[in-house]
Ligand binder design. Sequence first.
Ligand code: CP3
Length: 364
Amino acid sequence: MTTPATHGATAAGPADSPTGGPARGPAGASLLVRAATGRPGPYPPVWFMRQAGRSLPEYRALREGSSMLDACRTPDLITEITLQPVRRHGVDAAIFFSDIVVPLVATGVGVDIVPGVGPVVDEPIRDRAAVERLRPLTPDDVPYITEAVRTLTRELGSTPLIGFAGAPFTLASYLVEGGPSRDHARTKALMHDDPSLWHALLERIGGIARTYLAVQIDAGASAVQLFDSWAGALSLADYTEFVLPHSRAVLEPLAGSVPRIHFGVGTGELLVAMRGAGADVVGVDWRVSLDEAARRLGPGAIVQGNLDPALLSASWPVVERAVRRVVAQGRAADGHIFNLGHGVPPDTDPEVLTRIVELVHSLA
Ligand code: CP3
């Protein structure tokens, strides 16, 4: 498909970094953009996947009475929820409050987000007719995204806003399985049984993800993250044949616009391939240490991660030791963005997150 908004994203601003990325207003000189472009500051920038969410009482209060999808389509709520963790924790980046299924819903796919479960699809997509019913996303489908990103970049000033999308494989898994899956069996079966249908499906979803990212970049996002959360379920061979070309088709057209972060869980064996998809920064979960990840990635590696989220419920001395280890191991890379190895668990004491930010900032 075509990429209606991509031209704007790739044409923005003068090049001022080794990757050709533009300075995007006051956030262009942020620690996050510097680390992502191989010009690290005195300490790693820190943010947390799922920093906006149920771990915050102010989030739970604001979400009362609205469904997740309605919240994701209401600019005032998006803006306020995105800002909450920045105010509370002093993190070095905001992550846009949305969900990976929002652009699918915007194109008419029947999906709901069920509390405690995740995305659930009305009619799973498993045949050619269903794939052909998927239509491209246009910026006009998501005016609330453009409005919220514009307001946020104004309000955030020098704090960068990270836009995001779900990667083709992870989105395909929800669409084919009909909901969350442990083994992704139907998805893998479709991939191998009917490669031509599989590639048609991923091409369409990839187009939607690419446009969704371009809309956020055009409205002012300083970086983007492509979440391939479940890619770690695949062998390197299957990833390379069935997924990589489609992730690349999302990320490559955005080269030279803003830093591109690419993350998945359990992807230690896929790190090099995922970088090859067009990632400036490779997200690493807690299973592979950052110095080992940097070694696997080779020269110029820029990594994000990777404190085990389970440790957030351990005693502070344990957390502190683990944070110091992550920061020390991250120094093996040419740039490091401190994060968890996956999202903040909903029962996390938010005070621990604030202390981690303070600790990382003290490790100059
Ligand atoms: O703070 C942030 O990180 C930004 C917001 C964000 C959400 N979803 C909000 C959300 C982001 C980046 C996502 C991405 C997302 N959504 C991913 C990729 C990241 C990952 O976690 O691997 C995936 C796989 C999804 C699908 C999804 N949506 C799941 C698994 C869930 C959790 C279901 C549950 O209730 O436990 C959701 C719902 C969701 N998305 C919530 C939030 C804050 C919880 C909904 C609520 O508060 O009621």
